[in-house]
Design a protein around this ligand. Sequence first.
Ligand SMILES: [Ca+2]
Length: 416
Amino acid sequence: MIRTLVTSLILLLAALFAAMAPSLAASKADVEAQFSRWLEADLWPDARRAGVSKPVFERAFSGLQLDWDLPDLAPPGFPKPKQRAQSQAEFRSPGAYFSEKRLQGLAASGRSLMKKHARTLAGIEQRYGVPASIIVAIWGRESGFGRAKIPHSAVRVLATKAFMSTRPDLFRTEILAALVILERSGVPASTLKGSWAGAMGQPQFLPSSYLKHAVDFDGDGKADIWNSVPDSLASIANYLAQSGWVRGRDWGFEAVIPQGVTCALEGPDRAKPIRDFTDMGIIRISGRPFPEHERKAPGMVLVPAGVFGPEFIVTPNFYVIKEYNNSDLYALFIGNLADRIAHGVGAFVTPWGKSGGMLRSDIARLQQALEKSGYDVGGADGLPGYKTRRSIGEWQARNGQAPGCFPTPALLKSLR
Ligand SMILES: [Ca+2]
């Protein structure tokens, strides 16, 4: 009996979908027609102003249809995509970002590829001043050293997203940059392979980054970040060099902030010569001294999980890595992976504690309470960045608590 009911229900649903399909298909066809008109009337004038010729423009979009499988689409005439209830999302512990298995795998491949490409990397390091281990770490993280499948047409992804996504302006800039690449290089659009987000080739450059940073290093006159390893590695190095990489300096050091010294020293805007931090009693967790040239140069305290995880003294180069991908955890991942490749070290010594697990909406409430008391938390967005973390530490110190510099449920209670 139940089976009969389920079967009829399935049949009914199938019939319903079949009835809906033609109308959906019709409206998709309508959107495709709008897309063709948009290419001609809206995008082409801007492309022409950017120096793209009509034949290159037409070849790029000949027979091209929208990619309906991409995330975050907002097709005209379709119901608006539901804003994901981010406030209900849990803030994950920073430790979840550092998969030991993945890091060990990338480090092992990275070490053997460092040897394989040693001569190329030495030449790149000399020209751009960026350590080979940092370049190889980014290469591994971005595309599995060029082994990851990067199957999408960047032109199709970017055109779709410029036409109908939740962030059309960003993608409009990038599709125009992609057209400029086609104009200058003369290659067919199909050679620009990218991710579902339009990031291209082994370094995962958006087209605007390609135009700014991609270089030819194997001497064939083309900056080929899809097929050439020397070009890919040199382009990553050039990206970092142009973003301000300081030759001869490290990215940072895992450190220990001693009892009695506050974690609220954090932030890129609170740089001091590293020796000022060592004068306070901050040491490297390895027990080795900071190199003398680093002691004289500026450094910054970084505590991504407050006192509940590893603590760092980072250098301005840490923030250069963030120019590649604007995330503290990304830059730490790259720094740690580079150290594993170059020096054979393992995970950070201090474990990531059991922080995290709060709802973003609760963290936002905590931030709002701090804002009411006059603290700068960098915006109540539910994400505990350095301004939030050090404001928590300062509030705790003023209210007779030991600074922890990280949101906790207990803290939210005492702030209310
Ligand atoms: Ca080349």
